[in-house]
Design a protein around this ligand. Structure first.
Ligand code: G6P
Length: 444
């Protein structure tokens, strides 16, 4: 019998793949990966080959016996997998460009995972993840699904509520990024930092922050009001916070909270970027072109530092650390997206939350917090209502439910504008929204 783990990565042609491969190489001595299958769709064939060949060179240079397989045949790859990781983008970067630019044309924030963009990314992605789950049920029913595909919280909840796959964990780099950010801010090793996280994906708060077990929350809160000391990611422009506001909030916001507590400024910034040449999708397209040129170089056998210009920093560390803790039943604490199960009282039991968990071989066990502090509870609940409507619309293809989701999103200012944006985006993304097809055809 073969020993070692079989990992399958769907969306394997992504420019992020070298991150993941680097993670598996670094952990090889504790996490015996036998084979990694990188899977992509026909449109991604060229990227898959380029990045897949780099992955082969990386394992060879590192001297680890991990086999790298490249395929367009998802079913073949999934057979007897131990872990399936997902990092795909339905409609590629062109779809992201539409998610970002259409709302902006109507004076509404255009962002990949928030507001109308987040809704449409969910509508396109959820049917595909549910297809993958059906295939997993048949081909690798014991595998764990580790989902990085955005919007990661909604995608994870869709799997939990609408598939038979219960072994699913949603992962994001925001929590690890915030811990790394605090470490840098206080100039301490990141292993000494722990944040107690609770909330939703891209809507998570640090309820307390510790260095060596001693709370440093107040110190961190006062430091990050300075824009130069903000904790952020490459894709989000940090502006700092009003000191009295943050002190009163009394918890650590995540970088995505800029879109909610600084909506006006963030919208203005996006509109200016849009006028001057494009949205983040345009920036990422250029970065990707540059990265794939580097990846083609047959002498390159490491992850190039240029990848750090993408927003997904530390994503390999988060992914491999999680898989390692599940494989070894390590029972350490990591923040992931998982079924709430009452850990946060004001969020439905069957919803996904992003929360500090104990990571065991049977999956993450959320650490119950009773409830979110009252000053953040309302916003989190509103986003969860939006997410539930968005997930339901993704599955049913019901127009009214999609309009409901768009309108109750706090970044959309009116039902009339919500309808205008919804109709334009349904049309623009028609190809990837078969569940809404009858609507589009009738032009209701
Ligand atoms: C952050 C988020 C990720 C997202 C990424 C986008 O890191 O946590 O969920 O995928 O930014 O970065 P990009 O470079 O694609 O704009």
């Amino acid at each position: 019998m073969k020993t070692g783990l079989k990992i399958v990565t769907i969306g394997g042609g992504s420019s992020y793949t070298p991150e993941l491969i680097e993670g598996f190489i670094n952990y090889y001595h504790e996490l015996p990966v036998r084979e990694i299958w990188l899977v992509d769709v026909k449109e991604g064939r060229e990227k898959l080959e380029i990045v897949g060949n780099l992955a082969k060179r990386m394992v060879k240079k590192a001297g680890v016996p991990i086999e790298i397989h490249l395929t367009l045949n998802r079913k073949e790859a999934l057979k007897s997998a131990d872990f399936v990781t997902t990092q795909f983008r339905v409609g590629l970067l062109a779809a992201r460009g539409k998610d970002e630019s259409i709302p902006l044309k109507h004076g509404v924030l255009g962002q990949e995972t928030n507001g109308p963009g987040g809704l449409f990314k969910a509508l396109r992605t959820i049917p595909v993840i549910l297809d993958i789950c059906a295939e997993m049920e048949e081909l690798c029913p014991n595998a764990w699904l580790i989902n990085f595909t955005n919007p990661a919280g909604m995608v994870t909840e869709a799997v939990l509520r609408h598939s038979t796959i219960k072994k699913v964990v949603g992962l994001c780099n925001v929590p690890i990024g915030m811990e790394m950010g605090v470490a840098k801010l206080l100039d301490v090793d990141h292993n000494r930092v722990r944040i107690d996280f609770a909330g939703l994906n891209h809507m998570v708060y640090g309820l307390d922050v510790f260095v060596d077990g001693v709370s440093v929350k107040d110190q961190v809160i006062s430091l990050i009001t300075d824009p130069k000391k903000s904790i952020t990611m490459q894709n989000i422009h940090a502006m700092g916070w009003e000191p009295e506001f943050l002190k009163a909030l009394d918890v650590l916001p995540c970088p995505y909270h800029n879109y909610y507590y600084k909506s006006e400024e963030m919208l203005e910034k996006e509109l200016n970027n849009f006028k001057d040449g494009g949205t983040r999708a345009e920036v990422v397209k250029k970065l990707e072109a540059e990265l794939f040129e580097l990846y083609k170089n047959p002498n390159l056998a490491i992850k190039p530092p240029q990848l750090e210009k993408r927003g997904g920093a530390y994503y390999s560390e988060a992914a491999v650390r999680l898989i390692h803790s599940m494989y070894t039943d390590k029972r350490d604490i990591q923040a992931v997206n998982t079924r709430n199960n009452g850990a946060i009282a004001s969020i439905p039991f069957d919803s996904a939350v992003e929360i500090s968990c104990i990571i065991t071989k049977d999956g993450p066990k959320p650490i119950a917090i009773e409830d979110l502090p009252i000053q953040v509870r309302g916003l989190v609940q509103q986003i969860k209502s939006f997410e539930r409507a968005a997930i339901d619309a993704s599955v049913s293809g019901d127009y009214g439910t999609a309009l409901l989701a768009m309108t109750i999103n706090p970044l959309v200012p009116s039902d009339t504008k919500a309808k205008v944006i919804l109709d334009e985006m349904l049309e623009a993304h028609k190809e990837y929204l078969p569940q809404f097809h009858s609507f589009s055809e009738k032009g209701v």
